[in-house]
Write a protein that binds this ligand. Structure first.
Ligand SMILES: Nc1nc2c(ncn2[C@@H]2O[C@H](COP(=O)(O)OP(=O)(O)OP(=O)(O)O)[C@@H](O)[C@H]2O)c(=O)[nH]1
Ligand SMILES: O=C([O-])CC(=O)C(=O)O
Ligand SMILES: [Mn+2]
Length: 603
């Protein structure tokens, strides 16, 4: 046995001694194992079978009503120095944190089975991929991890191989250790703790996705971003989508939007009718997380570390996201959706009517929406009609453009392009968005959410901005950086831009800008398309709406830049000087020019 498996065995033994399970099960990821787990969960009521005629092999899980979203106030980053976690994270001293959470883990698995879940984030043969092992007492978590990651025997084999290599170099084993228990599902006894310096995660008291499927936000983003900083790559909250034009060229775009702001939708977009007729195609690589690393050619190459989608159900429909709807007709776990009289899953946005709400009560509109606003589906990525075989490419796909975006009902135009990398990093750092139901707390409050990583960056944001800036170096062939806003509202409170499939019109401009083939207006906030630079044929958009969508309001942007300056200052000495200089450059350009001059530029 290799030293790394010794480490793994010792850790499993230590955890078993602490948590006192009745039995231990090492997951191999096989169909037989999955079937047995599902049957057991059906017997004990954890899963409810849905209509097998309309939704074969689909299951409903109802979580505890107090456990329906990520809990940011209970999510901690425990670095030795508080400053290394930064003001963007909740922090606890590691020894104190271990003591506090271990006391909750003591004896918590009595009467339960401890599952050992080896997994790989990314294609199993990819040098960009990384492995982890989650210990959990929740069979629901095991079934979800099997869909969301490459779980089981192949991952354990990779851990074993990497172990031997690490030992030969005299290094410590490098897999991430994640310990999870649903505990008592008591919000008072709930913590999601990260120890990035120890490659360790400890999560107790929640069975909800982002808190409990430790490969996802905990490993692939919080621990991943910390590893990426020291190893020279980027772990980001981004979708990856391939856009194939009628000439057969495919350009890959990575886009960071905060939770419940449209990543899954954009990654599976169906081109508008006119585009489809000309031969445009859209290919899905990933819908939530992107790991990017500079290749030998200087470009950024990206993999999706996940193997499935944990997507927002409400709003998913034939008109908004037909690909997602087609994906989730079979072999899907639904969490906290409503059901119809004939036992089909239901949520707001679908036709038909629910009879039972997400808590299992007879549906009554007085109780609020039938499906929880953060109800989700878990499904294998391969079931998506737009799934790209490039999602399995070991070297990843080359990224042409990086797109940032958020829910901005006012001020921020439909799309603009940063002048260069440093400006793009400022645009990402300055991202703001209205909060959503993906985390507990008030919804619809505007907050800064740099690179959509506010809940997920495992270290000080100031250092993270510096890490982003560091990619601009000799030989780099970096993607261009853009910002989009699908959520601009008119005076009537309605969205001005149709969104969804029509977002391809914006992606087309973005790709054409990358190729030097589209015009733009040069403004102090960056390059904004003029009305004639976008292809808007067939859209029902009046001139006034378009003026608003593509306008730059100088007074509003002056105030915005001042606020961005204060935000950067909140990171103190860790905020990179180069980023502050960039903020001053844009602020000065705006101040010089009350009504920004727009100069048309060719592509
Ligand atoms: N108006 C408008 N709404 C959109 C658009 N794209 C997505 N949405 C809505 O935004 C909500 C969330 O969309 P998702 O694509 O699931 O968001 P996500 O970023 O993948 O969310 P997470 O899984 O939480 O990270 C859904 O209700 C969508 O209907 C768009 O272009 N315009
Ligand atoms: O992490 C989760 O629970 C779901 C998700 O994708 C997000 O909130 O961004
Ligand atoms: Mn997400």
């Amino acid at each position: 046995m290799t030293s790394q498996l010794d480490t793994l065995n010792r850790w499993v033994d230590d955890v078993a001694r602490l948590t006192q399970p009745d039995s231990i099960h090492w997951c191999d990821g096989s169909d037989a194992e999955n079937r047995a787990l599902i049957a057991q969960m059906e017997r004990d009521g954890t899963l409810i079978a849905l209509n097998p005629e309309t939704h074969p092999n689909c299951w409903l899980h109802r979580s505890h009503p107090s456990d329906v979203a990520r809990v940011e106030h209970l999510t901690l980053v425990c670095t030795k120095n508080k400053e290394d976690a930064g003001p963007n994270n909740h922090w606890m001293e590691p020894a104190e944190a271990h003591a506090k959470i271990d006391a909750l883990f003591a004896g918590c698995m009595r009467g339960r089975t401890l599952y050992v879940v080896p997994y790989c984030m990314g294609p199993i043969d990819s040098p960009i991929a990384r492995c982890g092992v989650e210990i959990t007492d929740s069979p629901y978590v095991v079934a979800n991890m099997r869909i969301m990651t490459r779980m089981g025997a192949p991952a354990l084999a990779r851990i074993e191989r990497e172990s031997a290599e690490a030992a030969a170099r005299g290094e410590q084993p490098a897999f991430v250790k994640g310990l999870h228990s649903i505990g008592e599902l008591d919000p008072e006894k709930r913590f999601i703790m990260h120890f990035p310096e120890e490659l360790t995660i400890k999560s107790i008291g929640s069975g909800y996705g982002g808190n409990a499927l430790l490969g996802k936000k905990c490993h692939a983003l919080r621990i991943g971003s910390f590893q990426a900083k020291s190893e020279g790559w980027l772990a980001e909250h981004m979708l990856i989508v391939g856009i194939e034009n009628p000439q057969g060229e495919t350009h890959y775009v990575a886009a960071a939007f905060p939770s419940a702001c449209g990543k899954t939708n954009l990654s599976m977009l169906i081109p508008p009718e006119g585009y489809r007729a000309k031969g445009w195609k859209v290919w899905t690589i990933g819908d939530d997380i992107c790991w990017m690393t500079p290749g030998e050619d200087g470009r950024l190459w990206a993999i999706n570390p996940e193997a499935g989608y944990f997507g927002v159900a409400p709003g998913t429909s034939k008109s908004t996201n037909p690909n997602a709807l087609a994906t989730i007709q079979r072999d899907t776990i639904y969490t906290n959706v409503a059901v119809t009289a004939d036992n089909q899953p239901w949520w707001e946005g679908l036709p038909g009517t629910p009879v039972t709400d997400w808590q299992g009560r007879p549906y009554d509109p007085k109780n609020g929406p039938a499906a929880h606003p953060n109800s989700r589906f878990t499904v294998s990525a391969r079931q998506c009609p737009s799934w790209s075989a490039q999602a399995e490419a070991a070297q990843g796909v080359p990224i042409s453009a990086i797109v940032f975006g958020g829910r901005r009902p006012s001020l921020v135009p439909l799309v603009f392009e940063a002048r260069d990398w440093a400006h793009g990093v400022l645009v990402g750092a300055a991202m703001g968005s209205e909060t959503t139901a993906a985390a507990t707390g008030a919804v619809g409050v505007l907050r800064r959410d740099s690179m959509a990583m506010k809940p997920f960056c495992g270290y000080n944001y100031g250092d993270y901005f510096a890490h982003w800036l560091s990619f601009d170096r000799p030989g780099a062939q970096l993607p261009k950086i853009f910002h989009v806003n699908w959520f601009r509202k008119g005076a009537d409170g309605k969205f001005l831009w149709p969104g969804f499939g029509d977002n391809l019109r914006v992606l087309e401009w973005i790709i054409d800008r990358c190729k030097g083939e589209a015009g733009a207006q040069d403004t102090p906030i960056g390059f904004v398309p003029g009305k004639r630079d976008l292809h808007l044929e067939g859209l029902d958009l009046d001139d006034q709406a378009l003026d608003t969508l593509l306008g730059v309001d100088a007074a509003g942007w002056n105030a915005e830049l001042a606020d961005i300056g204060r935000y950067l200052d909140s990171f103190g000495a860790r905020a990179p000087a180069a980023l502050k200089a960039e903020q001053r450059r844009v602020a000065d350009a705006l101040a010089r020019d009350e009504a920004p001059v727009r100069k048309a530029v060719a592509g």
